[in-house]
Design a protein. Structure first.
Length: 268
């Protein structure tokens, strides 16, 4: 988690306006999104899309072909273009995240009130922690986090909490993958596995100055009806507010909050 401590393609087609800083790649991406939008509105042929977007068919074909290859569109000769299965995956992930933030929000707010610290909600996405919500703390000095950012798993509280149910083979794989990117770390593989075993037994995980100096986090997982970990919640504070005794107190608060959220998802 990037944290800080604070006090209190072609650009000559169509009529898209852009600043001099707008890159050709960004314009291509924008046009690709417009193609998706036209297909969603029922345009199934190159001619229909080209007319609506005021682009030539060659450009539309190139964009549509790339989207088909990536799974965002599908194509058959009889019916033309349609939305692809990749969008179903993204839509499902988005709906899950929206549901998570909606269901969790009041519990996160109460957790922040109870602890006075910053509260974060994160999910596992593409082998990273994706921060999808936060409630700022009330302290004069607090940890600032950015919703939408992604961070490694190995040395964040949320990351460890999201991994608690995984096998040791998966833990080992995560450690080695991230060690290749971030070689400096307080634990070696053997020590980290021991730490993860202890966290699994406790049902909560810690970040003890591992991701940022002088920043500590306590995290616990959220489970769905099947018992699967679908997200995690963390409380983050500077080290002076999070000594060993207070970690135990905060852990109880975090586990209570995640238990309530999990119950709303049908977990018993």
């Amino acid at each position: 988690m990037s944290q800080s401590v604070d006090i209190a393609v072609d650009d000559d087609e169509g009529d898209h306006s852009s600043s001099p800083r707008t890159s050709a790649g960004a314009l291509t991406l924008f046009k690709g999104l417009e193609v998706l939008s036209r297909v969603a509105k029922g345009d199934a042929t190159l001619g229909q899309m080209a007319k609506a977007l005021q682009l030539n068919k060659t450009t539309v074909h190139r964009l549509a072909s790339t989207l088909v290859e990536a799974g965002f569109l599908s194509f058959n000769a009889r019916e033309g273009y349609a939305l692809g299965t990749k969008l179903l995956e993204l839509g499902y992930a988005a709906s899950q995240q929206i549901t998570l933030t909606r269901v969790s929000r009041e519990h996160l707010r109460q957790l922040s009130i109870d602890t006075g610290d910053t509260v974060n909600l994160g999910v596992l996405e593409r082998d990273q922690v994706h921060y999808i919500d936060k409630i700022p703390g009330s302290r004069r000095i607090e940890v600032r986090c950015v919703v939408g950012e992604r961070q490694p798993l190995r040395h964040t509280g949320l990351g460890k909490a999201l991994l608690l149910d995984e096998s040791e083979d998966v833990w080992r794989e995560v450690f080695l993958r991230e060690a290749a990117i971030f070689p400096r770390y307080r634990y070696d593989l053997r020590q980290w596995l021991e730490v993860m075993r202890a966290y699994r037994a406790k049902g909560a995980a810690l970040d003890l100055d591992e991701n940022e100096d002088h920043i500590r986090c306590v995290a616990a997982p959220i489970r769905d009806m099947s018992g699967k970990i679908v997200a995690a919640v963390s409380v983050s504070s500077i080290a002076q507010y999070m000594d060993d005794a207070r970690i135990e107190t905060v852990t109880a608060y975090v586990k209570e909050a995640t238990a309530k959220i999990s119950a709303e998802f049908g977990y018993r």
